[in-house]
Design a binder for this molecule. Structure first.
Ligand code: NOJ
Length: 564
């Protein structure tokens, strides 16, 4: 037993202190004029990232791919897709980032490959070494092996005429799932991971990684569930063993890991993190499920309203649940989600105030913050006209499934859902300036730029002091300068208040208080907030925020941080 003495300080890591910026390469910046964002385009913008102050770039897949799912269908793990550039250009980008002390995290997509991957091509021809690389199942071509459904709509099995068998694909039919039960598959993945580590990357974002283990016998799922089979393929029986193997491969390198693990509760997460399996952090999705309807994301009756007290409960469960047991990844959006200001704020008259409130939230919670490209200038959702102009196979598959199942008669009935959920909202090109195509490309962009680019763009945002961009920059800097915002313990106040989200972060004798009026109406702050002899306003998104906040009226989306 220890007696007295100094309390142990926080368990530090560079990736806990980092702010991550996510780049969706296709839509970030196009240097060669073909309308598709590319590696040279990103390299042109490294000073931009440096000015913003981020520490890590997570680069969505740039591997050779037929691009059925915009790169999440990898054809060759060790090659760069010509659309994005060359390996030499990737190395130039890595060095340009490293020269600015920005680390580079790559996407690791190993639940599935593209159906054009050499492994699948050889597997479907039953070449000895590769025959068991995927989940093959014999049976009648009209009768899939079980009732599992794919995330992108329709059955999770397709029949392959070449091999005369069914294969499993939890995503698109062009994304067959690798068979992780096969040790040769795991060795091949390990070799590939080592190959990238030797290229001096700084970590991996692990795509859909809690789907790796499928139960033997492929049991049917409960047909009355939202995604049939989910209880079998999420966090499957051998997942922990597979994750341990990956962590072991990484163990000789100073890298970060962030595992995409939707459908995972806090206790399970704690087992996978830190002292458990040893992953760094994970993307859970509970806070992104509050607006799904009773029948799931694509419930024809539409999304639900997000209820702030419920949102606080979910966030709090993770903030306190992982305290001393793991580490959070803090995010509200990414390339699979609607734009955060449209979903959690107001993309109309209060766009600036709500976008800066969201910045305050992201950058003052416990956990590593992730900023998705364009959120730092408050980019908004697009307005879609049915499926016209939709590129995302997830959206198209989901709407087709609603029609196939007779839940709607025509695409028009899904218009509100497409406009709420489509992943394409996040994939419109980055808005750099008010030049043609928002300065994203000199050519024809692969996806149209949002019409609002003349009002919302980087040039404009950087040009004035009270912009969303400047606010992000200040908050990133604040977080870097104050350990309390990284390592302080989270405590919630006013849990049931419908509009005010207030919490403290405490580290030894220091305390920070964050007060957010998450509403489009003004609200008087009533009820218990922590008292302090003196309270200093550190930052806020209005220029005359009350100090202390007790009893003050907070204006729409007013957000403030105090030292308390
Ligand atoms: C999650 C990725 O974020 C998403 O974009 C992709 O479609 C699926 N995993 C499949 O790889």
């Amino acid at each position: 037993m220890t007696s007295g003495g100094a309390r142990a300080g926080p368990d530090r890591s560079w990736w806990k202190e980092a702010v991550v910026y996510q780049i969706y390469p296709r839509s970030f910046n196009d240097a060669d004029g073909d309308g598709i964002g590319d590696l040279r385009g990103i390299t042109e913008r490294v000073d931009y990232l440096d000015d913003l102050g981020v520490d890590v770039v997570w680069l969505c897949p740039v591997y050779d791919s037929p691009q059925a799912d915009n790169g999440y269908d990898v054809r060759d793990y060790r090659a760069i897709d010509p659309e994005f550039g060359t390996m030499t250009q990737w190395e130039t980008l890595r060095s340009a980032l490293h020269d600015r002390d920005i680390r580079l995290v790559m996407d690791l997509v190993v639940n599935h490959t593209s159906s054009e991957h050499e492994w699948f091509q050889r597997s479907r021809r039953e070449e000895a070494e590769y025959a068991g690389y995927y989940h093959w199942h014999d049976g009648d071509p009209d009768d899939p092996p079980n009732n599992w459904q794919s995330f992108f709509g329709g059955p999770a099995w397709s029949y392959d005429e070449t091999r005369g068998e069914w294969y499993l694909h939890l995503f698109h039919e062009n994304q067959p799932d690798l068979n992780w039960r096969n040790p040769r598959v795991r060795e091949s993945i390990t070799e590939m991971i080592e190959w990238w580590l030797e290229k001096e990357i700084d970590g991996f974002r692990m795509d859909a990684v809690n789907l790796l283990s499928k139960p033997g016998g492929y049991p049917d799922g409960d047909p009355d569930t939202d995604l049939v089979g989910a209880s079998h393929f999420f966090n499957g029986p051998r997942l922990e063993e597979y994750l341990r193997e990956i962590v072991e491969t990484l163990s000789g390198y100073d890298v970060m890991t962030v595992a995409e693990m939707s459908n995972t509760d806090v206790d399970t997460a704690a087992d996978y993190l830190g002292d458990g399996v040893g992953l760094g952090m994970l993307f859970q999705s509970a806070h992104l499920e509050l607006d799904t309807g009773p029948d799931g994301l694509w419930d024809p009756n539409g999304p639900d309203e997000i209820d702030l007290p419920a949102f606080k409960r979910v966030i709090g469960r993770w903030q306190t649940g992982l305290q001393n047991r793991g580490w959070n990844a803090v995010f509200l959006g990414n390339h699979d989600q609607p734009r955060i200001v449209s979903r959690f704020g107001d993309d109309g008259k209060d766009r600036r105030e709500s976008a800066t409130l969201l910045a305050t939230f992201l950058l003052t919670l416990s956990g590593t913050p992730y900023i998705y490209q364009g959120d730092e200038i408050g980019m908004t959702n697009e307005e879609f006209d049915g499926l016209d102009g939709i590129d995302d196979i997830g959206t198209i598959g989901a709407v087709e499934e609603l029609i196939d199942r007779g839940r709607i008669d025509a695409v028009a009935e899904a218009e509100h859902l497409i406009n709420y959920w489509s992943r394409d909202h996040a994939r419109t090109p980055m808005q750099w300036s008010d030049d043609a195509h928002a300065g994203f490309t000199d050519g024809e962009p692969w996806f149209p730029v949002n019409d609002n680019y003349r009002a919302i763009n980087v040039d404009r945002e950087r040009g004035h002091e009270d912009s969303i961009w400047q606010y992000y920059r200040r908050l990133i800097d604040l977080r870097h300068r104050h350990d309390i915002l990284v390592y302080g313990e989270y405590e919630l106040y006013l849990p049931d208040h419908p509009d005010i989200y207030a919490y403290t972060r405490t580290l030894e004798d220091d305390r920070a208080l964050v007060v957010l009026n998450w509403a489009e109406t003004a609200t008087e702050i009533e009820g218990p907030l922590p008292e302090a002899e003196s309270m200093d306003l550190v930052t806020s998104n209005y220029d005359d925020t009350a100090t202390p906040p007790h009893g003050a009226v907070f204006r729409p989306y007013e957000a403030a941080v105090y030292w308390a």
